[in-house]
Structure formats: C-alpha cells, structure tokens
Write a protein that binds this ligand. Sequence first.
Ligand code: G3P
Ligand code: CA
Length: 323
Amino acid sequence: MGNMQMGNIKMPCPAIIAHRGACGYLPEHTLPAVELAHTFGADYIEQDVVLTSDGVPIVLHDVTLELTTNVARLFPERHRDDGLFYAIDFTLEEIKTLNAHERTDSQGNPVFPGRYSGTGVEFKVPTLAEEIETVDRLNASSGKRTGVYVELKRPEFHEQEGVDIYHAVLDVLTAFNRLGENAETVIQCFDPETLKRFAHEGIFKGPLVQLVLTESIANWRGDFEGMHTMSGLKEVAEYAHGIGPDVNLLENMPGGPSEMVVAAKKLGLFLHPYTLRADSESIPGVNFEALHKKLFVDLEVDGAFTDFADQTRELLVHMGKIS
Ligand code: G3P
Ligand code: CA
C-alpha cells in the first residue's frame, strides 16, 4: 500500500473507506458492521454523527430514526408534525432501547433488497465513543491501524435546535486522543462553515474533507455547484485537505476528468469519492468492477467510500494498486 503526504499528515493511498461500516452485509453503523469492516482490512471506517437530546454524539446517518430503527413501534407518539422521529428529541437511554435494522424507505421496504434480512440478532445504535472504542480495541488485538472517518451530519439543523455538534464531537475525539495529525482520524462534512471552524480553531489537526453534492440544497450552506469549478475549489483548499464528491461528478460527458477533478489535483486536494456499491450502480451503466477501474486507474483518485470494503480491496489488489 502507498501513502500520500500533506505537510505532517500521511494517509494511506488509495484509501479504502468502509462506508457506514460493512453496510453491504450488516445493518449500517452497527457495531457488528464495524467489526466486520475491520476484518475486511478497510483503512478507515466511517461514522455519520448526530446528537441525542442529552447531547451525546451517536452514529446514525439521518437526523431521524424511523428508516433504520423500530422507533415508530416503540414510541408511536414521539414524531413531529412532519411525521418524523428526530434523534434530537430522544435521550440516549431511549435510543438504546431501539433495535436498528437494514435501511428501509418511508414505506418500510428495504432500500437494498438483497442485503441483511436476519431477525435473530438485536442491533443497537452505537455512540461515537463506543464505536471508536471498538476500533481501538480491534486495532490493539489485531495490530492494524484502521482509522475512523467521522462525518458531522447537518450542523445547520443542530444549530437550529440550539446545540453545537462541533464541540460534542471534539469532546469525544479528545477523550480518545484522536486530535493529532497522524491521520488515523479524518473529519468530513458537507457544511463548509463547520470545516472552516475546525481549520481556524486548529484543535483537531488531522485531515479535513469537504463533501460535495451534485447540486446545492435549500437550507444547506454549501455552494456545491461552485465546488465543481476551479474557483470554488480554490476557496475549499483554504480550509480543507481533500474533497469527497459524489462519483457522478468525476467525469465530463465525453468521459474525461471533470473540471472539479482537474482542479482538485492542481490544488493538492485529495479525492475520496462516494459511494461504491456491488449491488447497485452508483453511475448508471457502470458496474462495480468497471467503476473501480474508472476511479482508481483512469482518474487516479486517492481513495473511495465503499459499502463492500472486502470486494474493493480484492479489486485494488487485482489492479496492482495495493498489495
Ligand atoms: O460521507 C461520504 C458519504 O457517506 C456521503 O454520503 O449520505 O452516505 O453520508 P452519505
Ligand atoms: Ca457519510
């Protein structure tokens, strides 16, 4: 495996980032999914983080609970007017009574029908602290140095709720001695203002990743269309070390690297696109293996988020990108 160096920060390259744990095989963001991702040899395991009503960072992709837990059955009255069950309205103790399950749509149908469907095991929503402790323990017992790749979800939403997810996450990273520039902890966010805060306060010294959407969204602060251009990425390069774009942003229509990819490389921003899935096409018409070739051979990205870290590892070995 190679490495890339940015100042004092050295990162594995290409980096395999286990998206929401080994979520291709077990319910996303559960500790068994983390353990499995660790055995797959991922370089990083990803955590999406939101806050509970008592201010505890938990590992959950959405700010609401109904698509990945049985909250609607256990607390049927606790939704807001929009019908959704917000994690910020529940204490950690309440959230720990929930069972987590494979992601469904709002009608209760599995989003990925071929994925885990067992019923005999109870999965729980972990705290960020529990998840980092799990990774640390697995590293200690295996001799590996798997990192954590923490996304602060919806800082604007948390601000509107009167809470500061930035400090809550920093407190956990401090407790686990994960503020340094050894690059075994990465911070990612769609919100530029939160990343600028990390950069300017300088308490966390590891890599900062600006996530990039295909288009801007109302009530989100990022000018994502601007980030597809050299001028937009110049601003990003002032506070971030890398970008995490949707894979659909990497190529122009004729097939060459997009302006964003060319600009990122010129500016020294590493590229960690999302998300590779063996059971659905992230780019229409491009299968899993072809997507790996496009990303790691043609476009020479520096890593990627994958739901199937084991299969990504196999393909990268086969391509001679890692040993
Ligand atoms: O954080 C990278 C990727 O996970 C962004 O998409 O929606 O899966 O958090 P999402
Ligand atoms: Ca994420």
